[in-house]
Design a protein around this ligand. Structure first.
Ligand code: PLP
Length: 318
């Protein structure tokens, strides 16, 4: 049974005139708390919902940086993350990008990895990363707890764009943090309340619904993506295929990305990833020269593998 969607924003104080568990929805609301409990159980920590993945990232940075803090962000990870840290340079926060397959820079107070990175699909070297005293943040959007419980690997805070696999249907903008440390959770909750980054009851409900099918979706997407990655790697028109061996995202390089991305009837030419319908896009349009010009990021949905391959094969032939 799903939890009901409770859109209440204001609750009366208790009989003694004090705020009870719920009093104003920017602090907490029952649908959000139910979704946080369900995701927290999967991750093995305390989850908090935010209005978007970027709102969750902002809360982490505002809660744990001050002027002079160095944040080391994995190269080739979601470009919004390094862009956000760079935007905080006006408050004295410093950005270093580093290769997450090796050790992080010693001066970093926060080390931000992504497993796997979007769209380069590199993976962090956990031994090297956990050998520092820095606060370790792991963006596990592409892995989900089906394939990675990053807190078990040594991350202090996990972040997800729940807009992607966790809700899974491209109908909810949502972010999540998870931590095992009550002080960190309290700091994140305070940032969420203060900066107004709370998620709505409706998007919290979308998370509850998405979690019911998360594992089934991810296993099926992995099966299809594994097959497509192998076929793409064997295709003469494809230069490089990146696939970490799990999950639904495959990225590959072609000489004519615009032609390929616009020639696939069963694969929508759109941004984002993690939905039940497949999508593909050239990332160069957003990220410029930090990634190869011909790189296409494909997010595999639940369609039949032969349907998807038929379209890819036809587009790659021209
Ligand atoms: N992290 C990753 C890996 C992403 O792909 C994205 C968005 O594409 C974000 C964070 C930001 O999430 P949102 O779009 O929900 O704000």
């Amino acid at each position: 049974m799903s939890a009901p969607v409770d859109r209440t924003v204001v609750w009366p104080f208790d009989e003694a005139g004090e705020p009870a568990a719920y009093f104003y929805a920017r602090y907490a609301h029952p649908t959000g708390v139910a979704a946080e409990a369900a995701l927290g159980a999967l991750e093995g920590g305390d989850a908090l919902l935010f209005a978007s993945g970027m709102a969750a990232e902002t809360a982490i940075l505002l809660a744990f940086t001050e002027s002079g803090t160095t944040v080391a962000v994995a190269e080739g990870c979601y470009y919004g993350t390094s862009t956000l840290v760079r935007a905080l340079s006006k408050y004295g926060v410093k950005l270093i990008e580093f290769d997450q397959t090796g050790p992080p820079p010693a001066e970093a107070a926060i080390v931000w990895v992504e497993s796997p990175a979007n769209p380069t699909l590199s993976m962090p070297n956990w031994d090297a990363i956990t050998s520092t005293d820095a606060l370790i943040v792991c963006d596990a959007t592409l892995a989900t707890p089906v394939y990675l419980r990053a807190l078990d690997k040594g991350a202090d805070i996990v972040i997800h764009s729940a807009t992607k696999y966790l809700t899974g249907h491209h109908d909810a903008l949502l972010g999540v943090t998870v931590s095992r440390d009550p002080e960190k959770t309290a700091a994140l909750q305070q940032a969420r309340t203060l900066y107004g980054a709370a998620a709505s009851a409706d998007t919290a409900y979308s998370l509850l619904r998405g979690l019911d099918t998360l594992e089934a979706r991810l296993r099926r997407q992995t099966e299809t993506a594994t097959e497509l990655a192998a076929r793409l790697a064997a295709h003469p028109a494809v230069a490089t295929v990146r696939y970490p061996g799990f999950g639904g995202v495959v990225s590959f390089d072609v000489p004519n990305p615009r032609h390929v991305e616009t020639s696939l009837p069963s694969i929508r030419n759109s941004t984002s990833l993690g939905g039940v319908s497949s999508s593909i896009e050239s990332r160069h349009r957003w990220e410029g020269d930090r990634i190869p010009e011909g790189l296409l990021r494909m997010s595999v949905g639940l369609e039949d593998v032969e349907l998807l391959w038929g379209d890819l094969k036809a587009a790659l032939a021209n």
